[in-house]
Design a protein around this ligand. Sequence first.
Ligand SMILES: [Zn+2]
Length: 246
Amino acid sequence: MKAPAADQQQLLVVQVHDSALQRIAAQKAGLPELAQRQTVVKAQQVAAEDLATAEATVGDVQRELTKLEDEVVKVEDRRRRDQQRLDEGHGQSRELVALQQEIEALNRRQRDLEDSQLEVMERLEEARATAAGLRAGLAELTQRHQELDQAIAAEEARLDAAAATEAEARAAAAEGLDAGLMTLYERLRGKLGGVGAAGLVQRRCEGCRMEVNPADLDAIRGSAEDDVVRCEECGRILVRGEDSGL
Ligand SMILES: [Zn+2]
């Protein structure tokens, strides 16, 4: 394959821009904020589940309390009716004694219920405090997520702008280059980690860093200026220059 020597030299400039574009893309994909956001998302999921559990507990304890309150009301009603009947003094004394005993039993029942109420109210307070703490934690995570979104957007915008500038320079550098050379370069770049062309510097391929062996060097010396030389080791286009050591 043949391509003008000047085009081969210019291809190294294109390669510099392509490598820069590759670095920018890698930077964009590897932003530390992306990993941080992943961590925050997981923490948000855990916190949301914990909060749902805590809120369910608040609901359960609240219902327990309501049930106790209803029961207290029933006991009070019953006692009031008993007291009324007792005050009216109708019926036989045996019945009145039974009423008196029932009122005492109802009083005891009410005290027990009130004790239970206090205990449940304490638990309700604790459950509410737990839920409030989790809610605050979740709000902090939401805030952190938003901050990371903003930081990521800013970084991406910065890198996109750098990539646009680089792409423009790349297009200008590649303009008018030998079509066959470009096709080969793109094909090699695609399969060799983004590097399709490398300089031959001091008998060394800058693509794979291997020193070219004497026999291959002889062959390169014997080739015409517009011959497209390839590295025998890595297969990349080997661009000769003043410092090739030939
Ligand atoms: Zn090589």
